[in-house]
Design a protein around this ligand. Structure first.
Ligand code: HEM
Length: 415
């Protein structure tokens, strides 16, 4: 007999994520309404895509599902689209041109050359925290400094400016959390910033900083990404200011906010599953699969959005041209038809083709190799400590339905 499950209230607003991921809503949607029209209280509604294979199908089909009208829930008009498009919000051929400008710096080979730098930063952070003992905030004292220092080195940003960059990007990613940002994208006050990423004035601060850096590199070029962007050409012309600004902001935000949260989720997972920590300590060959399991478990980016370019049929539903389509990576990563026992954290999970970086589409995360290298080195160097800390309290989550992350993660070294 078919099991009857109560229908949960389908609320996908920020408050529904404040205490934790509403897994029961996603399980219900996957089972009963995998292509679900969601009435968004802040504007036009959208289709919710929650099954793993449907998400992959949408990501693969950029001909039908364009990124040019934004990748987040905010609805753009034409003018906003022109001003705010980064590579993440472009289709080919412009997407291919923009991605090509920076892709070599994120190749497996380039990332392997960064490994000594990553190791030295992790070593320093471990010495200052886990090795010293006592209590500390594993987010601000351990997880945050690594990714920002690495991406800063790649961009040519002075290391002394990295704490400020973390603070600025926290305001952007936390734009729906009143503790992190005094301006909400849903308030009228944000209208004056509607041409900036995240509808937020912090984007302007980042742009101005990027201009200052670009001017320095123009006068004194170096072997870094900002120099490359300053002298880059597309169709025989330099980048426009908007192209430079949006690329710079994308790299700074994506390069630090996401990997940091993956590290933090990993620390929580090992505290919650001490047997898995012991298993990894006993079998360090499992490090690569543990990295992927941390990434699946963490899913730091909960969703991205596409827009239907034309009328189309999808899994029995008519999706009209202009309809917004939101793929929920967090749901796909816990799809029980793809991942056995999805709510078990298993360091040897295999296969583990998670959707954390997207999958198979043209926007597949540029920083995949970098993020994986950072996580692998963190886990490797933390190996002796994985069973020697505890959470002082449950971490405080960011109030967001886009960023799956924490604001505070107090831990205590034990033993
Ligand atoms: C755990 C860490 C990370 C996660 C969870 C993550 C997640 C994602 C996701 C979900 C996408 C979109 C995929 C799609 O739409 O198909 C993406 C794209 C992107 N990511 Fe990451 N990312 C991470 C680390 C990084 C790092 C370290 C960088 C370095 C700058 C980076 C740069 C980018 C860029 C530039 C794009 C846009 C690519 C494009 O549009 O072609 N990411 N990322």
């Amino acid at each position: 007999m078919r099991q009857v499950h109560a229908r949960p209230v389908i609320n996908l607003e920020e408050d529904a994520f404040a205490a934790g991921i509403p897994f029961e809503i996603f399980a219900y949607l996957r089972r009963e309404a995998p292509v679900y029209w969601y009435e968004w209280p802040h504007g036009r509604g959208y289709w919710c895509i929650t099954r793993y294979h449907d998400i992959v199908a949408i990501l693969r089909d950029h001909e039908t599902f364009t990124s040019e009208w934004g990748a987040n829930l905010e609805d753009w008009d034409r003018f906003q689209a022109v001003c705010r498009r980064s590579m993440l919000e472009t289709d080919p051929p412009r997407h291919t041109q923009l991605r090509k400008l920076v892709s070599a710096a994120f190749s497996p080979r380039a990332v392997s050359e960064l490994e000594p730098l990553i190791r030295s930063i992790v070593e320093e952070l471990v010495q200052r925290t886990f090795a010293r003992g006592g209590s500390f905030d594993a987010l601000s004292d351990f997880a945050s400094p690594l990714p920002i220092r690495v991406i800063a080195r790649m961009l040519g940003v002075p290391e002394g400016d990295t704490p400020w960059l973390v603070e600025v990007t926290d305001r952007l990613m936390g734009n729906t959390d009143p503790e992190l940002s005094s301006i909400s994208p849903y308030d009228e006050t944000s209208n004056q910033y509607c041409l900036y990423p995240f509808r937020h004035p912090a984007a302007l601060e980042l742009f101005e900083y990027g201009h200052w850096l670009a001017e320095q590199r123009r006068q004194q070029p170096s072997n870094d990404l900002v120099s490359k962007l300053v002298f880059a050409q597309i169709d025989g012309r330099p980048l426009t200011t908007a192209e430079f600004d949006n690329m710079f902001l994308l790299l700074v935000v994506a390069g630090n906010e996401t990997t940091r949260q993956a590290i933090a989720h990993g620390l929580v997972a090992f505290a919650d599953f001490p047997d898995e920590a012991r298993r990894l300590q006993a079998n360090p060959v499992l490090l690569p699969s543990a990295v992927d399991e941390v990434l699946r478990w963490a899913t730091p980016v909960l969703h991205f959005r596409r827009t239907a370019r034309r009328d189309t049929e999808f899994e029995g539903h008519h999706i009209a041209a202009g309809d917004r389509v939101v793929v929920w990576f967090i749901s796909g990563n816990f799809d029980e038809t793809v991942f056995a026992e999805p709510h078990q954290f298993l360091v040897d999970r295999s296969p583990n083709d998670h959707l954390t970086f997207g999958r198979a589409g043209i926007h597949f995360c540029l920083g995949t190799h970098l993020a994986k290298a950072e996580l692998r080195i963190v886990l490797e160097m933390l190996l002796p400590y994985l069973t020697r800390y505890e959470l002082v309290e449950r971490p405080t989550r960011i109030r967001s339905n886009f960023a799956n992350g924490f604001k505070r993660l107090p831990v205590r070294v034990i033993g």
